[in-house]
Structure formats: structure tokens, C-alpha cells
Write a protein that binds this ligand. Structure first.
Ligand code: CUA
Length: 367
């Protein structure tokens, strides 16, 4: 038996050294990435840090499947490495003895994976069935419509008076199931492309598909803000199709519902009165709803603005609602969010600075 020929192969070890250096750098980066803390909101979108019973049920599956996958991975990769090293070509002139068809081995490596897969399938199928059951009777039902690039939430069985619709902020009570209907069948509301609804700490993803109705459920244990993100590429501003689930105690949630059920605040100053007239005169009400505005036509192309000033952020939960951001948004939406459906007034804005101020003052009064 001869050892591996080394002559003339000075290039190979250098390549190997280079590769292992990069592998070390990569490994270190992965290790350091794992140093961020979870459980205290440091990673707000962490599916491994469940904040409610649905996310916990899904996380439990991960706790079962992941260790099994790690053991299988190490075993299989280890055997491959052993085989590669131990049976490598040592320059023998004869081809090695061919062994083929060991019945005992083949039975073993068929039975073991089958048992593993059955073991994983039982809890998985059980969880899938439990999570896809019909809504519990006292569930809060929310109809969700995906737009480019924001989510509309419509409360189906809550509040009194005018229907409650919010944009990019889903308010829920703690400790109560929220049954989400991802309604891709509402053509009138501009259901356009496929999106994916994902609040990592509350539940796994569910696709929003035009023409179809998909359902899912979320539930939060504690009050707080849980960030969400569209998880399916849907166009230029897919990455900025964010949203937030804001969980309140049941009492606070009832108060929120009562506030949202009111019609919009009427203008009380000259400036907000001017803005009040501008939203009608400039055609804003052709796309937006403001319940209580005399020219309101119930349009639902853009977000419902009835309680706009109560939101934290706008444009798909991307920009804080400062006066400057709002003015820039009205002047030139594309400069803040590419592909937004809000009409682009471009450079030749028909609104003067003074009119913009009035419009923004009115919007900020809509509490
Ligand atoms: Cu909607 Cu990505």
C-alpha cells in the first residue's frame, strides 16, 4: 500500500488552508449571531420565543424535530466523513472488492428512518389538526386583507356602530383566541398579489392568496407589541410591509374598541377645518374612509383614516407619524416607499406648504 502522492500538489493544501480559514470566520459569525438575548424583547421577531399558546404549540414541534434532525445529521455526515477518509483512493491498482445487497443492513436503514418519521409525524399531524379546527365560540374574528403594501384589519364581531377597520396595527385582547380570516376573495378591496401573514412570536406563517380564504389563529399571553412582517415577496416594498399586533388587557381592549367605534373627531380650529375641507377637495376620500366626514364615501382602497392619529406608524408600519414624515408622504409617497399605491403628487405638488400643514394638522387630530 502506498501513501497518497504529495509531489507537485503544493497548491491544494494552500486552497484547503484558505477554505478552512473562511469556514472558521463563518462559524464564528454564526456563533456570535447566537449571542443575542431572547425572551426579553431583544429579538422582537423570534419564532423560538413564543408569546402565546398557538406559537407555543408550534414551538413544541420544533423542540421535538430539531434534536432528532441534529442527531441524524451528525450521524449521517459522520459516517460520510469516515467513509471518505477510511476508504479513500490510495492508488491501488485493483478496483476494491464490490459488496452489494446486505439484507440485514438494508432492513435496518429502512426501519430506523420509518420509525423516526412516524415518531415526528404523530405530534405534527396532531398539532396541525388542533390548530386548524373551527374558531372557538368566543374568539375575536378579524378579517384581514393584504394590500400593496399594508394589511387591513376589519373587526367582524366587536365594537358597536361603525365597522372598525385599522391599517397595519392589529389590536387584540390578551388571553383570548383571535381567529384570522385571510380573505383573498374580496376583490372590491383590492386583494392583488400573494402575501404571507407572519407574527413570529404569536404563530407561524400563513399565505394570503387572492381568490381564496385562509384562516389561522393567534393568541397573546401578555400585553405588548408584537411585530409582524409580510413573509412572501409581493413587490417593490415587500420588505416594508410590516405590521404590529398590539395586545391589551381585556379591559383596555374594550376601551380601545369603544374609542374606535366613535365617528371621526370634527375639526375645531381654522387649520384643521381647512384640512377637513382639503381631504374632500383633493380627492383623498376617493380612496380613504373617514367615518363621520360628510363627504365620506366608504372607499377602502387606502387605509381607513377615521382614527389615524391613534396609530404609531404609517405606510405599512414603517414610518413614525411625525408631521414631517406625513408631509413628505403626501408630497411624494414613492420617496418613502417604492411602489406604494398612494398617488404620487411628484415634484409639482398641487398643495402649498400651508395647505400641507393644514392637511397634516387635520390628520393628526383624528384620534
Ligand atoms: Cu406583502 Cu410581501
Amino acid at each position: 500500500m502506498r501513501s497518497c502522492p504529495r509531489e507537485g500538489s503544493g497548491e491544494a493544501p494552500r486552497v484547503v488552508r484558505g477554505l478552512s480559514r473562511w469556514a472558521a470566520v463563518g462559524g464564528l459569525a454564526v456563533l456570535l449571531a447566537a449571542c443575542a438575548r431572547s425572551g426579553d424583547g431583544m429579538i422582537p421577531q423570534n419564532a423560538l420565543d413564543p408569546a402565546g399558546p398557538i406559537a407555543r404549540a408550534q414551538d413544541r414541534l420544533w423542540d421535538i424535530v430539531f434534536p432528532v434532525a441534529v442527531v441524524v445529521f451528525i450521524l449521517v455526515q459522520g459516517l460520510i466523513i469516515v467513509a471518505v477518509v477510511r476508504f479513500r483512493d490510495r492508488g491501488e491498482s485493483q478496483p476494491p472488492k464490490q459488496v452489494h445487497g446486505n439484507t440485514r443492513l438494508e432492513v435496518v436503514w429502512t426501519i430506523i428512518p420509518t420509525l423516526i418519521l412516524i415518531g415526528i409525524a404523530i405530534p405534527t399531524v396532531d398539532t396541525i389538526f388542533r390548530l386548524s379546527a373551527p374558531a372557538v365560540p368566543d374568539a375575536l374574528r378579524v378579517r384581514v386583507i393584504g394590500k400593496q403594501y399594508w394589511w387591513q384589519f376589519e373587526y367582524m364581531n366587536a365594537g358597536t356602530g361603525a365597522p372598525i377597520r385599522t391599517a397595519s396595527e392589529l389590536h387584540i385582547p390578551t388571553g383570548r383566541e383571535v381567529f384570522i380570516e385571510l380573505d383573498g376573495q374580496s376583490k372590491d378591496d383590492g386583494a392583488d398579489v400573494i402575501h404571507s401573514f407572519w407574527v413570529p412570536r404569536l404563530a407561524g406563517k400563513q399565505d394570503y392568496v387572492p381568490g381564496h380564504m385562509r384562516t389561522m389563529r393567534i393568541q397573546a399571553d401578555n400585553p405588548g407589541t408584537y411585530p409582524g412582517q409580510c413573509a412572501e415577496f409581493c413587490g417593490l416594498s415587500h420588505a416594508d410591509m410590516r405590521f404590529a399586533v398590539v395586545a391589551h388587557t381585556p379591559a383596555e381592549f374594550d376601551q380601545w374598541l369603544a374609542d374606535q367605534s366613535r365617528a371621526a373627531t370634527q375639526p375645531t380650529t381654522d387649520r384643521t377645518r381647512q384640512g377637513f375641507e382639503l381631504v374632500a377637495g383633493q380627492g383623498c376620500l376617493g380612496c380613504h374612509t373617514i367615518e363621520g366626514h360628510p363627504q365620506n364615501a366608504g372607499a377602502r382602497v387606502g387605509p381607513d383614516l377615521t382614527h389615524f392619529a391613534k396609530q404609531e406608524k404609517f405606510a405599512g408600519y414603517t414610518y413614525p407619524q411625525t408631521n414631517e414624515n406625513l408631509k413628505q408622504w403626501i408630497r411624494n409617497p414613492q420617496s418613502l416607499k417604492m411602489g406604494a399605491q398612494m398617488p404620487d403628487w411628484g415634484g409639482g405638488s398641487p398643495l402649498s406648504e400651508q395647505q400641507l400643514d393644514a392637511l397634516v394638522a387635520y390628520l393628526q387630530s383624528l384620534r
